[in-house]
Design a protein around this ligand. Structure first.
Ligand code: MN
Ligand code: MN
Length: 463
């Protein structure tokens, strides 16, 4: 199959829509560098768009009717958004689901120490990273510190021009002979990912300085500037992420370079697509979930029951709940697992099967199956469902392509598609191809982002 380049299909009016979408997307990336920040950003937009809190609807005993819009935020890290449809929910939902967690460096619970006259914050990386990519670049600290009395301190350090940035130092090439001979996986090891955060000792009193004077001085900064005491670091979730904004990429500005596009590119486009829905036939759901990068585990990951519970509450508010109706609803649902795919990179052509690789600019990408080495762990979508979804995309002139991650025995990836498939529902992976995936700065094509938005909107409005 010849691939169609999406740029060749655009008229002026498409480009206006594309540019508007990309502006919103870059703004979303700049505000949402953690799962919590993504949830709060979408919640703010959802409330402004007339979405009401499902939990409040439950508390007030409200009845929901077709056209009503609701959200359910789970622990501030995962989000369920729905527009109630006209048909009974046991006929099934139309669900698009993306994840909002991205690879990063999390601070350990006892992170602060001093060595060689410098202060460090020790980290444990989150998700699959090439560790050597995370050194010698400006990093910002995002997250929360929770005091024992429950006070939550929001932290964003390193994003404003006037903020300091943090980082991990690398060895100078002049004396790196033995480092340069190591395997790439050992050049920088996990335990070496230490953020260097200070070098100025606390002043001496009566000619005597404190033990660990630089560490002492950093504790004072944390307390005075951010209200964080050392014990609060034990009860904190602080994530070091690349500092800086999403940018246009390429001399022709055809791409976006930013941190965390896996999978916020599909999160933003699916959420924007839900906003095109008024009163649908079937109830439409947008799922934005946490913990995909570490196996979808935990209370806020897709393997948690929060999604099923939210559907049960939604059905109950619409006067449609029974255990059997819920099961029917889940098994009759149709799911688009909106997660990124790997884009063909000619520099590393040998790692891909060119005929079955996604091309940048050639549209939203279906991965019929993910998994690796004999499809192990894959959700393998049904051909009938794939054909039905492609038919819907055709009717809205969505440019799409099919792909695998890379060569059969070269590895692969996982998404959340297999988790919803457990309910017996139709499920397929389809999302934006990414270059330099999981690197601090990932690259996507604006055309592919626009096609993803068109695709998810078509699915909600026509499926
Ligand atoms: Mn992903
Ligand atoms: Mn990923």
């Amino acid at each position: 199959m010849e691939r169609k380049n999406a740029w060749n299909t655009y008229e002026e009016s498409d480009l206006a829509g594309l540019n508007q979408l990309i502006d919103g997307y870059k703004g979303f990336l700049n505000r949402g560098k953690t799962e919590r920040e993504c949830v709060s950003t979408v919640l703010e937009q959802a409330r402004a768009a007339g979405f009401q809190d499902l939990e409040q609807a439950v508390a007030e005993g409200k009845t929901l009717k077709p056209g009503d819009k609701v959200y359910y935020a789970h622990m501030g890290k995962s989000l369920f958004l729905a527009v109630v449809g006209q048909e009974p929910m046991e006929m099934g939902l139309k669900i698009v689901g993306a994840h909002i967690d991205s690879p990063r460096l999390d601070l350990k619970q006892n992170p602060l120490y001093e060595d060689g006259g410098m202060a460090y914050l020790d980290t444990h990386y989150y998700g699959g990273i090439k560790k050597y990519q995370w050194v010698a670049l400006p990093l910002a600290l995002h997250g929360v510190a929770v005091k024992r009395d429950g006070t939550v301190i929001q932290v964003v350090i390193g994003e404003r021009e006037t903020d300091p940035v943090l980082g991990i130092t690398d060895l100078l090439p002049h004396i790196a002979q033995s480092q340069m001979e190591k395997k790439a996986s050992l050049v920088i090891e996990g335990e070496d990912l230490n953020l260097m955060v200070g070098s100025r000792p606390a002043p001496e009193t009566d000619g005597e300085g404190p033990k660990d004077p630089v560490r002492t001085a950093i504790l004072k900064v944390l307390e005075e500037e951010y209200g964080i005491a050392e014990e609060d670091l034990m009860t904190a979730e602080l994530e070091a992420v690349p500092a800086g904004q999403a940018r246009d990429y390429g001399l022709d500005r055809s791409m976006v370079m930013a941190y965390g596009q896996d999978d916020r590119v599909c999160a933003y486009t699916s959420w924007q697509a839900l906003n095109t829905v008024e009163t649908p036939d079937r109830t439409c759901v947008c799922l934005l979930v946490d913990k995909e990068e570490i196996g979808s585990v935990g209370a806020t990951g897709m393997q948690s029951r929060f999604f099923e519970n939210a559907v049960a509450e939604l059905m109950d508010r619409a006067g449609q709940y029974s255990e059997l109706a819920l099961r029917r609803c889940l098994s009759h649902s149709r799911f688009l697992s909106a997660d990124v795919s790997s884009a063909f990179d000619p520099v590393f052509a040998g790692e891909y099967d060119k005929n079955n690789a996604a091309s940048v600019g050639c549209g939203i990408t279906f991965n019929k199956y993910s998994g690796s080495r004999g499809k192990s762990g894959a959700n393998d979508a049904n051909a009938e469902y794939l054909a039905a979804v492609m038919g819907i995309f055709d009717s809205r002139n969505v440019v799409y392509q099919t792909a695998e991650y890379g060569k059969v025995d070269h590895g692969g990836g996982g998404t959340i598609s297999y988790i919803l498939a457990r309910y017996g529902m139709e499920s397929v992976d389809c999302g934006v191809p990414v270059l330099s995936m999981h690197a601090p700065w990932e690259v996507t094509s604006k055309a592919d982002i626009y096609e993803a938005f068109k695709a998810y909107a078509a699915f909600y409005n026509l499926a």
